[in-house]
Write a protein that binds this ligand. Sequence first.
Ligand SMILES: Cc1cc2nc3c(=O)[nH]c(=O)nc-3n(C[C@H](O)[C@H](O)[C@H](O)COP(=O)(O)OP(=O)(O)OC[C@H]3O[C@@H](n4cnc5c(N)ncnc54)[C@H](O)[C@@H]3O)c2cc1C
Length: 396
Amino acid sequence: MNLEYTPAQHAFRAEIRAWLAEHVPREPLLSFDTEQGFAQHRAWERTLHSGCWSMVTWPRELGGRGCDLIEWLIFEEEYWRADAPMRVNQNGIFLLGPTLMDFGTEAQKARFLPAMAAGEHVWAQAWSEPNAGSDMAAIRASAIRQGDEYILNGQKIWSTRAVWADWLFGLFRSDPQSVRHHGLSFLMVPLSTPGITVRPIRQLNGHTGFAEIFFDDVRVPVDNRLAGEGLGWQVAMATAGFERGLMLRSPARFQRTAEALRDLYLAHRADADSDPSLRDRVCSAWMDAQAYACPPTPRRAVCKKAAISVRSRVPTRCSGRSSICACITSRWRFSARARRLCRARQDNMRRSVTGSTASCFPRLDRSMRAPTRSSAISSPNGCWVCRAHKACTKAV
Ligand SMILES: Cc1cc2nc3c(=O)[nH]c(=O)nc-3n(C[C@H](O)[C@H](O)[C@H](O)COP(=O)(O)OP(=O)(O)OC[C@H]3O[C@@H](n4cnc5c(N)ncnc54)[C@H](O)[C@@H]3O)c2cc1C
């Protein structure tokens, strides 16, 4: 087996490297959780699209380049090597985009995907509600059908960057008699629709990266529903699968940061070695990032679990020398209590990720896994969700 890159792959790498060298902003952009930073990142999305680099794996007619997996990995390596900005439209391009490709009609794909790739429509996720957080099947926001429209009422919360986004996607209860994960529909809604109020949530750092969204008799065309009425849960699980997948957390992203960490350690070795544990921590972070880049498991949840584990040691993004320095010189000295809290939060994330999918795989047969387009809509085994969650006995 020849594991070398082909001449075409080398040429592809040279092309993206040259383009990035010319276009990546010289100064790091502001946080995309601020109004100004959001605008800067949106402008960057447009620049990427102008070079046809915004979604390299998508077909050309949808705004992509039709790249294969190896080319995508090369693109990612170069992207992070160039310290290019984070992707402000990640909810759209990495989560809704692939969901649309699996579940959308041709008309929906043509309507939404090119605008997403171009950075014209930036998307927010609207799952969580005040009483439906970890327990998403408790969703109460309603979508009652009237002719060719749904009338939306209720509230969503924790919607990332919804303050500045253009569209949202989320789950709404379209069957008022339904319970749990039945009777939900997956809708795409412009945030400018009359009846929608977006209220920013100010965080401790002063940023307003999250929002509450209130729906007051909001009218949405039935054409904005993805897949059949009442099949929203299956679609949402596919979206969640993409969120746990490789696209959102490419290995190169962590490798880049780990390398920066290693270089900084080497540059400050004399100082850093006064605390011998530092060298071990830097090595460990570097090895984690390399291990994460090894051929990935097909289990998406395991991929996210690995990413969380790496992230607990390697900052996702070191935009400046100071943040790496902080790691190296150990100025980030957590109190014992803060460390315990951090660890508890990571464990919670791991539990919820593995609990929701990975841990149940060995006990289930193929028909019970997250649905493909056909199995979600007409599974001969009834509701895969019910079978995975034994409390429910109803079939879709
Ligand atoms: C960075 C970030 C970005 C987010 N972005 C979005 C977004 O864009 N859109 C969106 O819709 N949501 C978003 N969320 C919300 C997120 O997806 C969850 O819905 C939310 O964090 C969990 O809900 P909650 O805060 O109400 O906590 P709760 O669900 O009330 O949980 C509180 C605590 O109770 C624990 N717990 C809950 N149920 C059980 C149980 N049965 N047994 C034992 N323990 C339990 C949890 O582990 C947790 O520690 C985001 C969250 C974060 C952290």
